[in-house]
Design a protein around this ligand. Structure first.
Ligand code: SF4
Length: 346
């Protein structure tokens, strides 16, 4: 039995502008295991949200999926007709996007918006059965059943986001993509919404891809983490291993930029800026910002490869760890530049 619900291979998304192709997702590959929570993290412009939209086949011109493969439970999504993909969306793979709450129709009651989603997918239900399912959905996302009869403007931000999650799960998808689902919410509501997502994932037996830039949130919410930079996946691994021994210098800097309780001075950002995707640096795209860069980094682009090392210091590192950095060639060992990091500090 295949333990992967989703397999992404060499996914390429370009934005075709009059200045040339902007390589927003540059040959990204990863698997999502059944029931797993996978995080994708990176700064703005890293390609994580574009990758998520590509999985849903929601890239709009001038963007275009220019290559790769996305297998959902063995079904090749990039080869489906538009109509078949429309049916698959929501039913098999659903997305709660950034600011999804703003996509609710303000003049249509919540009940009607969920009914529309069911009707669009030809779900046949008796009126009573449908009303019961909508009530149950709302309860599952932490809303009262009576919220069905409210208009979106009568809901708080957190309630609107919950209503969006109710729509996303109304057909019990196998994969839920949550793209910065809590970005517009205050910290307390963020925590509640994340708890709701986790409860739903467990109830539905779904797998989740969580997109974000907050390493602290990722530490609490995912099983595995992928780190993206300038359209590339530069590191991916088990969340505990990755936090105890970040290998890619960018991952280390992302972690170092997290505030901690012990730290007296202000948290430091990562020096420099993400490069233009129209004009990426030669070699490793991170080399102009990388504190560990050496000559080879300027001319040779590192590939994402498994790190075949059994133990480092006190923490074991398995072969599930992949990193795109010349410091970590499988036969070379792990550089002394890797600094242990406490996950609790997040
Ligand atoms: Fe830094 Fe070189 Fe590794 Fe790129 S390949 S992250 S520049 S050490």
């Amino acid at each position: 039995m295949n333990s992967n619900i989703l397999e992404v291979r060499d996914l390429r998304v370009n934005y075709h502008t009059r200045h040339g192709a902007v390589r927003a997702v540059n040959g990204v590959s990863f698997d999502l295991h059944v029931g797993e929570r996978l995080g994708l993290v990176g700064e703005s412009g890293s390609g994580k949200s574009t990758a998520a939209l590509a999985l849903m086949r929601l890239i709009r011109p001038p963007g275009k999926i220019d290559g790769g493969q996305v297998l959902l439970d063995g079904l090749s999504l990039l080869e489906l007709s538009d109509e078949r993909m429309r049916q698959i969306r929501l039913a098999e793979i659903a997305m709660v996007s950034q600011g999804a709450m703003n996509s609710l129709n303000p003049v249509t009651r919540v009940r009607r918006q969920i009914e529309d989603a069911l009707r669009d997918h030809d779900v046949k239900m008796q009126t009573r059965e449908r009303a019961e399912w909508i009530g149950e959905l709302l309860q599952r996302v932490g809303l009262p059943r009576t919220a069905a009869d409210l208009f979106p403007h009568e809901l708080s931000g957190g309630m609107k986001q919950r209503a969006c999650i109710a729509i996303a799960i109304c057909l019990k998808p196998k994969v839920i993509i949550a793209d910065e689902p809590t970005s517009a919410l205050d910290v307390v509501v963020q925590h509640q919404v994340m708890e709701t997502l986790e409860t739903l994932r467990a109830d539905l037996g779904a797998s989740v891809i969580l997109i974000g830039h907050d390493m602290g949130l990722m530490a609490q919410a995912v099983d595995r983490l992928g780190v993206m930079y300038a359209g590339d996946l530069v590191e991916i691994g088990d969340i505990d291993e990755l936090f105890s021994e970040p290998l890619h210098p960018y991952t280390r800097l992302l972690m170092a930029s997290l505030p901690s309780l012990e730290q007296k001075e202000a948290a430091r950002g990562i020096p420099g800026l993400m490069p233009s995707l129209l004009n990426k640096p030669t070699g490793c795209p991170f080399h102009p910002r990388c504190p560990d860069a050496f000559e080879r980094c300027k001319v040779e682009e590192p590939k994402l490869r498994a790190v075949g090392i059994s133990a480092v210091g006190t923490s074991a590192v398995g072969t599930n760890r992949n990193v795109a950095c010349h410091l970590h060639h499988p036969t070379e060992g792990i550089s002394s530049g890797s600094v242990p990091f406490s996950r609790e500090a997040a």
